[in-house]
Design a protein around this ligand. Structure first.
Ligand code: SF4
Length: 345
């Protein structure tokens, strides 16, 4: 007879409590989980007083993507990133774009995927000419065990590692990934706790803490994304608060991606974000002092490209996720010599 925990991967970052309960320390929900119960993400389970990952050997996506698609615009531009995911999430966003894989475990306990080993993932990344591995599509924190094993192996093969994250990870989780994580795009979805509670079943402050901590205490390259939803987070005040926060905690060089919303999942009674709203957000970001503000989900927009913030010269020309031209010389503007911040530009 096989036991329930056979073939399961023991989770990282948890501690024992009383009565065979365990405390998960991976994300800021910090679930206290009783014996036989699941954490809030439904992909971590307490079995006999030990916490296990239920999605370790269940990769549900594996594709070479342009790194620009993450989006990471100042991180190895023009390269490809082998992008993997496992089912589950610690948020329940009404407007999730990947709800089929992020919410299935929460809605009906479904955790599908292929048993692809870290060795196979890293080999596939090398074979497909990728320079990094991206842990993306769903929240990577909740498949940290797979990220950790892949990430360490990837470093040995001279690949970098990037997260696309909702930023709800704990400080312990950031430190845990610090040896191998090179870049991250954190969603700062809004600047109101009410928004996070109502639309994501989460909280704002841990996300702010993550951005501050990564920017100030780690070497991880950081970019920030805000999905702008009409009537929810598109006021001047809200956008200014976000831009001011990024400038003060992450610095003027941190790229801010303002992304266009399209109705998704449970959030269908809205229109896509008007282009004028995104352009207004861009102006607010620039006025706050940010050097690099980009529009996302607007193919062909001029503001997909990188311009020198001092002299205005176009530096990296993008068409969608494609780099049409990179004029940087030693990471600097060829006209005025201003340095552009980033990772291997
Ligand atoms: S990852 Fe977060 S939601 Fe999942 S069990 Fe741990 S603390 Fe709870």
């Amino acid at each position: 007879m096989t036991s329930a925990k056979e073939n399961l991967k023991e989770a990282v970052l948890w501690e024992s409590g009383q009565d065979r309960k365990v405390r998960c320390k991976l994300c800021s929900h910090r679930c206290m989980i009783g014996d036989g119960k699941l954490g809030r993400c439904c992909v971590r389970k307490n079995i006999d007083g030990v916490l296990y990952s239920l999605n370790y050997d269940k990769a549900c996506s594996a594709n070479p993507d342009p790194i620009e698609k993450k989006p990471l615009f100042h991180f190895q531009p023009g390269t490809r990133s082998f992008s993997i995911a496992a089912m589950g999430c610690n948020f329940q966003c009404d407007f999730c774009q990947n709800w089929q894989i992020s919410q299935a475990a929460l809605e009906d306990g479904q955790i599908d995927g292929q048993p692809i080993s870290p060795e196979q993932i890293v080999s596939a990344a090398v074979r497909s000419g990728c320079e990094s591995i991206a842990y993306t599509y769903t929240e990577p924190t909740i498949f940290m065990e797979l990220c950790n094993d892949c990430g360490r192996l990837a470093k040995q093969k001279h690949l970098t590692n990037v997260f696309v994250s909702n930023g709800f990870m704990t400080r312990e989780a950031i430190d845990f990934a610090g040896d191998w994580l090179d870049g991250i795009n954190v969603d700062l979805k809004a600047f109101g706790d009410d928004y996070y509670k109502r639309l994501c079943k989460a909280r704002l402050q841990p996300v702010l803490d993550t951005i501050s901590y990564i920017a100030k205490e780690t070497e991880i390259w950081l970019e920030v994304t805000t999905l702008v939803i009409p009537g929810e987070n598109d006021s001047d005040d809200e956008l200014k608060n976000i831009a001011d926060f990024i400038v003060s905690k992450a610095g003027a060089d941190a790229p801010w991606h303002i992304s266009r919303f399209h109705p998704q999942y449970k959030y269908l009674d809205s229109v896509p974000t008007p282009l004028e709203t995104l352009e207004r957000a861009e102006q607010i970001g620039k006025a706050a002092g940010l050097h690099y503000v980009y529009l996302g989900n607007v193919p062909g927009a001029k503001l997909e490209s990188t311009f020198c913030y001092k002299c205005g010269r176009m530096l990296i020309e993008r068409v969608g996720y494609h780099i049409a031209a990179n004029h940087l010389k030693n990471s600097c503007c060829p006209d005025c010599g201003t340095k552009v911040a980033g990772f291997e530009l």
